[in-house]
Design a protein around this ligand. Sequence first.
Ligand SMILES: NC(=O)c1ccc[n+]([C@@H]2O[C@H](COP(=O)([O-])OP(=O)(O)OC[C@H]3O[C@@H](n4cnc5c(N)ncnc54)[C@H](OP(=O)(O)O)[C@@H]3O)[C@@H](O)[C@H]2O)c1
Length: 181
Amino acid sequence: MFNAILIDKDDRGYRASVQAINEDQLPEGDVTVRVAYSTLNFKDGLAITGSSPVVRKFPMVPGIDLAGTVEASAHADYKVGDAVLLNGWGVGESHWGGLAQKARLQGDWLIPLPKAFTPAQAMAIGTAGYTAMLCILALERNGVTPDQGEILVTGANGGVGSFAIALLSKLGYRVVASTGR
Ligand SMILES: NC(=O)c1ccc[n+]([C@@H]2O[C@H](COP(=O)([O-])OP(=O)(O)OC[C@H]3O[C@@H](n4cnc5c(N)ncnc54)[C@H](OP(=O)(O)O)[C@@H]3O)[C@@H](O)[C@H]2O)c1
């Protein structure tokens, strides 16, 4: 048994609660991960409160990201004890996610945890930080460099925007932050 947040929707309404779950209830996947940390992403908030149709099927364990240790694996790239990381892939929306002590996932969705980070640090960066870095990599691929002038971050006080400010600033950009607040 392990504990998870479980979201359900039926004639008793939409509800989320912490529940004890049997391992045989886990969805299909070729890697089982003992979850060390997840984040509470904006999307998880929408899923848990039911204020937006984030969850695609019920019951659902929310949590769009996780970091942890491989407990069982039938995937060639991962073995028991490996430290791994996951962001996205519909996890927490259409496949049980990270706000649980265990998750069963497709190994192809996983990333080996970079040696520079502990699982807690990886999840402090979270999917918002991961997304901000993907955006910056895309800017770099398209030839944007610090010497071209100031760089504008919109949605700057948000999850992705605040990471974008920190990352761009560290990379030598002069960042201009835009906020409606
Ligand atoms: N968080 C993630 O992991 C993630 C992953 C992939 C993609 N995304 C996408 O990235 C975007 C930002 O996500 P987030 O998590 O950073 O959201 P967030 O924390 O809610 O921040 C979004 C910010 O956008 C600003 N904003 C809202 N409406 C706006 C408008 N009409 N025009 C200009 N600015 C507006 C708000 O700042 P002000 O109060 O200053 O207006 C808000 O703080 C979203 O489109 C989201 O779907 C997020």
